[in-house]
Ligand binder design. Sequence first.
Ligand SMILES: C[S@@+](CC[C@H](N)C(=O)[O-])C[C@H]1O[C@@H](n2cnc3c(N)ncnc32)[C@H](O)[C@@H]1O
Length: 372
Amino acid sequence: MSRSLAARIIEASGPDHPADACLREFFRSEKGLLPCDKASISKTVFTYFRWKGWLDPQAALPDQIRQARQMADAFEQDPGKFDPQELSSRAVPGWVSEEMEVTPDWARALQTEPRLWLRAKSGTAPALASRLGRARPAGPDFPDALLYLGGEDLFHDKDFREGQFEIQDLASQAVSIQCAPRPGEKWWDTCAGEGGKTLHLSELMQNRGLIWASDRSERRLARLKARAARARVFNVRLAHWEGTQRVPTRTLFDGVLVDAPCSGIGTWQRNPHARWTTSREDVRELALIQQKLLCLAAQQVKPGGKLIYSVCTLTRAETMGVVGNFNLLMPGFVPLDEPGFKECRTILPQQYGCNGMFIAGWRRDAGSGKVN
Ligand SMILES: C[S@@+](CC[C@H](N)C(=O)[O-])C[C@H]1O[C@@H](n2cnc3c(N)ncnc32)[C@H](O)[C@@H]1O
């Protein structure tokens, strides 16, 4: 049964209907499904899109689904049997190699089932790990992060409902850790979305100081508000920002984070449908938007303050391209130079089994005035 339901969702998915949104819609409308049915349908849909590059588009959809499952099983048993060059050329569309380096290691990571990462309230990761069972600490660079290996639906977990932990990818956690906000500071999270990083920034600030969290999407900000209430985060002020010259406040901040909209290539392990709907034109358009958002937001960094730019993608245009242009346009900002971080950092999925992420950082010259 799950295969035929999965086929319906695959057919309904397209450029304007991402597979994950179709799945959510379907599960909302089909009330009788058990959690194990939902897990099985989701897995079939994602497996299909993960292995789409190997499938015969002329074959009937049920046959393609069967072939995708066989490929996934064979890969799980022995990834070494797959030719590295073939992996690189089939896992993603051809245009990708013109925008970034497509290595066999990256392609192998893309074909692997994604890991589930949690972020515990500060200092509580060991206790949470022993309560959940099947959870492992991520290591000293991520003191509050846990890799969850169990099969429970954590959205229904009591500790989750009480705001004791968040489901947050490790690469996303790395961004707030790089921001390193201090308690009592003022930060602006310019593209806060549903607040994954806002909540983490607040935790690092021990809920003290103030975070302006803005986004162009009111729907996402409403989600952020609910999540902040659940996590008992009290130092966040929400604001609408369309990414124009009309910034939500004239405040100068100790730190500004621009977690910009991007092509999302770093999430293609988790979100394989997007491999087949994202285009080179998206990359070009998004790089221009990122540039604009970064330059506008930079003006609200106070002298001596920090500016962090992050994108969950790896294309040259959206990473070093944006950084290079920013350095030319905004000479009053000096690239951050800190232990383990010199101007920027790229996290690859194959390093930790998390999303790919690019992070760049600057400090505004202490003597600089308003940038024009
Ligand atoms: C990468 S997501 C943010 C994810 C979020 N920071 C988190 O950690 O959960 C990028 C966000 O930028 C927002 N966005 C897109 N275009 C924008 C614009 N022109 N101005 C402001 N926000 C924008 C999107 O609505 C989206 O929520």
